[in-house]
Design a protein. Structure first.
Length: 218
């Protein structure tokens, strides 16, 4: 009887051992995202953040080379009619915007380019005066520019090609102690009418421009 019990005990132990050997422990499977979460904490979704930006200040462009030069009162022109010494001369554009030449009289110059004026003179001379006229026109002296306000010597001055607002102030004797140097207004009359803007010192001028330097109050 005792031997039977011993056999039964050993049999039960064998079954328990064999059962343990067949039982597999659960395996945890972790993806890369979970590993990152374990190491660094849960990943939060990224939200778009709007950043307030300050708009750039307006840029005022008064390029002196973009447009062809247009004639107006105060310009002095050298008109050459080849082979015609009596017509070749220097002519001033008067307050009415015209020049006056022998044979053809008054010729409208305001608003024309020098080449446009030469073409107009050629057409007028062909009309009963010269068979094949050859005409050239160039600016001999540009009309003046004006500078007003807080400069030492405001007034009108001869225009020099490629001059800037800064050089215009220098020609007028420089700023006065009360000049508001950050507020220099430029007025220009063009084909589209009159334009005004506050401009930086490096802005290129054109003949006939008016520069006004404001006064500071403190």
């Amino acid at each position: 009887m005792q031997r039977s019990r011993a056999r039964l005990t050993w049999l039960l132990l064998a079954l328990v051992v064999s059962g343990c050997m067949r039982t597999t422990a659960p395996v945890a499977v972790i993806d890369n995202g979970s590993l990152d979460a374990i190491a660094y904490g849960p990943v939060q979704p990224v939200r778009a953040v709007s950043v307030a930006t300050t708009p750039a200040p307006p840029v005022y462009s008064y390029a002196a080379h973009d447009e062809p030069y247009r004639l107006d009162a105060g310009d002095r022109l050298r008109i050459v009619v080849y082979g015609q010494e009596g017509l070749t001369n220097t002519y001033a554009v008067d307050a009415g915007g015209s020049i006056t030449m022998p044979l053809i009289g008054a010729v409208r110059a305001r608003g024309l380019t020098p080449n446009g004026l030469a073409a107009t003179i050629t057409s007028r001379l062909k009309n009963g005066y010269l068979r094949e006229p050859h005409v050239a026109a160039e600016v001999e002296t540009y009309r003046p520019f004006f500078i007003l306000g807080e400069v030492a010597a405001p007034g009108q001055y001869p225009y020099v090609p490629n001059m800037t607002v800064e050089s215009a102030v220098a020609i007028a004797g420089g700023f006065t102690p009360r000049a508001l140097r950050s507020s220099i207004k430029l007025t220009r009359i063009g084909e589209a009418g009159t334009a005004q803007a506050v401009v930086p010192p490096g802005t290129l001028l054109k003949p006939g421009d008016t520069v006004v330097v404001a006064e500071r109050w403190f």
